[in-house]
Structure formats: structure tokens, C-alpha cells
Design a protein around this ligand. Structure first.
Ligand code: UD1
Ligand code: UDP
Length: 376
């Protein structure tokens, strides 16, 4: 490894920013030279800039401005842009996050250029290859040199796919580090007042292609959300992906359903913290509600985050069963089957990841135990 090695983080979409912030901070504290490459997959102020501000992320060294497009077009454009970027900056390690197309493109380019890589949030599996993210996860994990897992189930998935245990580190969840950092700023009152909500309300955020991409799915979903709104007002910060389709299906702003723009990180989590119920298909929100102790109904047939069901407040529901499930969840409150939170979701995942990366850059062959991490 050369003197003063360079780490580049490839970020593109809203959840990437939340996961990367604690890693970037912790690497900075260890004096590691680093930079952020923003792919531009998400570009609206409320999908990108607001997260850099709320999370204290440094400005990117480059923004590739890829924008939206089909999977092939977006990924192909990113392959070209990232190859040029890496050839210009010569990173010693590229860190990728989660399961978005920017993650997939970065890992492919690095594999071909011989650049070493680390994947944060490795090993999650829904076992549903109709989800674009599942394909991205499998390819990313197969090609990564360092794999950082957020939950123990990820370790067995990686082992089953033949990933050597020596590459894998169970480090906890950096998305939860960001939540812990934001906690002192999370106050529902101002957002609730701004949106004219009563004390008891639900929050819904929905953007999975299977839920919002066809008129039929959107109609079924909107009808389910209106069913929840019969019990209490629902505020829906609408992800741009579903904006038109959900509106066409009848999701319109009114007293019992507040339809608003996507919210910034602190505003959104403040709202979630004060909510009686959350309805979602987001990956990250399943995890955040588990930690905040807010009942969460996930409108999906499966989840790559089963730990939020066994160790959290999450339940899977179909759209048809959502209104009845909401009524029950409101009556029962937050129920955590195991009575324990997920292991290592303690706000210290970023420093754990940074210690492993820093030792790896120095060529130290420290065992995971010596890094303060566990690898099984
Ligand atoms: C992407 C990820 C998904 C992740 C989600 C987080 C992939 C394949 N999917 O889905 O895993 O859960 O981000 O939010 O990478 N759009 C805007 N403004 C923006 C961004 C997007 O208007 O700033 C609209 C465009 O119409 C675009 C659509 O949203 O076509 C979808 O954006 P895209 O990034 O392709 O996928 P997401 O659904 O956001
Ligand atoms: N989030 C936000 N504002 C919103 C909706 C979500 O700040 O209006 C945050 C949420 O708290 C979590 C992240 O965005 O930290 C999750 O992103 P998203 O649901 O878009 O992606 P996923 O986790 O499904 O990949």
C-alpha cells in the first residue's frame, strides 16, 4: 500500500448518505485520506443536498450527474463515469453502501480495474430476485474484498455463497449510528405543527417498484392507505418515484391523508419518532422504527431485514390486510418478539468499520477480534 492511501466512498441515493456519514466521520478521526464521489443517482435537493447538510457530510470531490433512466442506461452511464473517475483519482480502496445501482456500478468498475473494495451492509438477502436490489446485493458481495455485515443472518448468507469468513466483519449498523447522532435533534412538535397534524398520526413512505410502478399496484396501495386513514390521519412524504402514479390512483392531500414532499432526514425521523404507526416499504425505515420503538407495517411479501421482525417492531403485510393490521398495531403498540434489540446496533458501527479499514490500509493482519469486531 502506498504512503497516505486514498479511500473513495461512492454514494448515489438517499439511504447511501445516511449509511456513509458515520463511516466518513470515523475514518476522518483516524486521519485517513478520503473523498466522496456522488453519482447523482438522486439529485433533487430533498433527496440529496438536505442529507449532506443534516448529516454533516463533506462536499463530494465529484458529482457524476447520472440522473434517472432505465437500469441498463443508468448503470451503463455510471460504468463509464466511474471508470474515468477512478482512473483520475487512483483510490486504494473504494467503499460502497447498500444495494442501489450506484453500488453495483462501482463494484463492477473496481473489479475490472483491480481496485480493492469494501461493502457496507453486506449479506442481506430477501431471496427475491424480482427486486433489483437483490441482484445488486449478490453481485456486490461476490466482488467485494471487505464485507461489513449489519446483522448475524448476513454471515450465514455470505458463507452459503462461498464468501470466505476472513473477509467478513460483523460490525453493527451505521444507519443506526446516524439515528443515534440525530436523536437529540429529533423533536416531532415543529413538524407536526407545520403539517397541521393531531397528536396521534401515522407516517407512510412507499417507493418499491412492485408497489408504485403499475396503476393496479398503486390503486391497491392507495386504497390500503385510505383504509389506515379511517383510523387516524396519515402523512405521506412521497418519494418522487411514485408521485405521479400514486396521485393518479387517488392519493391526494387532504385532512386525513397529508401528501407532502420528501422530508429532510431530521424532519422525517422527528415525525417517525412521534408517530403511533409507520407504514413503509423502505429498507432503512424498518430498521429505524425498530430502534425508535414505533410499530412498523411493511407492505412487502418479504424482507432482507428479518432481524427487524425478530428483534424489532416490524411486521410484513399485504395491502389487503393493511387496514386491519394497522388497527391491531395501534391497539397493541410496539411489540418486539425477542425482547432484545439487534446485536451491535449501538451507534458504534462507523468506528468499527473505520478501524478495520485503517488496519487493512496499513497492511496489518489484525484478527477481527482485535479490531473490536466479531466475524463468524
Ligand atoms: C433507488 C434504489 C432503491 C432505493 C431507493 C432509495 C436502485 C435500483 N434503486 O430507487 O434500492 O431503495 O433509491 O430511495 O438503485 N427521481 C426524482 N428525483 C430524484 C431521484 C429520482 O424525481 O432525485 C425519480 C425519477 O423519476 C426516477 C425515479 O425517481 O426515474 C426512480 O429513481 P431511481 O434512482 O432510478 O430509483 P429509486 O426508485 O429512487
Ligand atoms: N427518509 C427521509 N425522508 C423521507 C423518507 C425517508 O429522510 O421522506 C430517510 C429514512 O429515515 C432513512 C432513509 O431515508 O434514513 C431511507 O431511504 P429510502 O427509504 O429512500 O431507501 P431504502 O432504505 O428503502 O433503500
Amino acid at each position: 500500500m502506498r504512503e497516505n492511501p486514498l479511500v473513495l466512498h461512492v454514494l448515489g441515493a438517499r439511504p447511501n448518505f445516511v449509511k456513509a456519514a458515520p463511516v466518513v466521520r470515523a475514518l476522518g478521526e483516524l486521519g485517513v485520506r478520503q473523498g466522496i464521489i456522488h453519482t447523482g443517482q438522486h439529485y433533487d435537493t430533498l433527496m440529496s443536498d438536505v442529507f449532506f447538510a443534516d448529516l454533516g457530510l463533506p462536499d463530494p470531490v465529484a458529482n457524476l450527474g447520472v440522473g434517472s433512466g432505465s437500469h441498463a442506461k443508468q448503470t451503463a452511464t455510471l460504468l463509464v463515469g466511474l471508470e474515468e473517475t477512478f482512473q483520475e483519482h487512483h483510490p486504494d480502496l473504494v467503499v460502497v453502501y447498500g444495494d442501489v445501482n450506484s453500488t453495483l456500478a462501482a463494484i463492477l468498475v473496481c473489479a475490472k480495474l483491480g481496485i480493492r473494495t469494501a461493502h457496507v451492509e453486506a449479506g442481506l438477502r430477501s431471496f427475491d430476485r424480482s427486486m433489483p436490489e437483490e441482484v445488486n446485493r449478490i453481485v456486490t458481495d461476490a466482488l467485494s474484498d471487505l464485507l461489513f455485515a449489519t446483522s448475524p443472518d448476513a454471515l450465514s448468507h455470505l458463507a452459503a455463497e462461498g464468501v470466505p469468513a476472513s473477509k467478513v466483519h460483523l460490525v453493527g449498523n451505521p444507519m443506526i449510528d446516524s439515528l443515534f447522532s440525530a436523536l437529540p435533534s429529533l423533536d416531532p412538535a415543529p413538524v407536526v405543527a407545520r403539517l397541521g397534524l393531531p397528536e396521534r398520526y401515522a407516517v407512510a413512505t412507499l417507493h418499491r417498484p412492485a408497489n408504485v410502478d403499475t396503476p393496479e399496484a398503486a390503486r391497491e396501495l392507495v386504497s390500503a392507505v385510505l383504509g389506515v386513514a379511517a383510523h387516524l390521519p396519515v402523512v405521506v412524504p412521497v418519494h418522487p418515484r411514485g408521485r405521479t402514479r400514486l396521485a393518479e390512483a387517488g392519493l391526494v392531500d387532504g385532512p386525513s391523508v397529508r401528501v407532502v414532499d420528501p422530508l429532510g432526514y431530521v424532519d422525517f425521523l422527528s415525525l417517525v419518532r412521534g408517530a403511533a404507526l409507520v407504514v413503509t416499504d423502505s429498507g432503512g425505515v424498518q430498521e429505524e422504527t425498530t430502534m425508535l420503538g414505533v410499530p412498523c407495517l411493511t407492505v412487502r411479501p418479504n424482507t432482507e431485514r428479518p432481524i427487524t421482525i425478530t428483534h424489532g417492531t416490524n411486521r410484513l403485510v399485504t395491502p389487503a390486510l393493511l387496514p386491519a393490521a394497522a388497527e391491531k398495531a395501534l391497539a397493541d403498540g410496539a411489540v418486539t418478539p425477542s425482547g432484545e434489540l439487534p446485536p451491535l446496533w449501538d451507534g458504534a458501527a462507523g468506528p468499527r468499520i473505520a478501524r478495520v479499514i485503517s488496519a487493512w490500509l496499513k497492511g496489518d493482519n489484525l484478527s477481527p477480534a482485535a479490531q473490536g469486531t466479531r466475524s463468524e
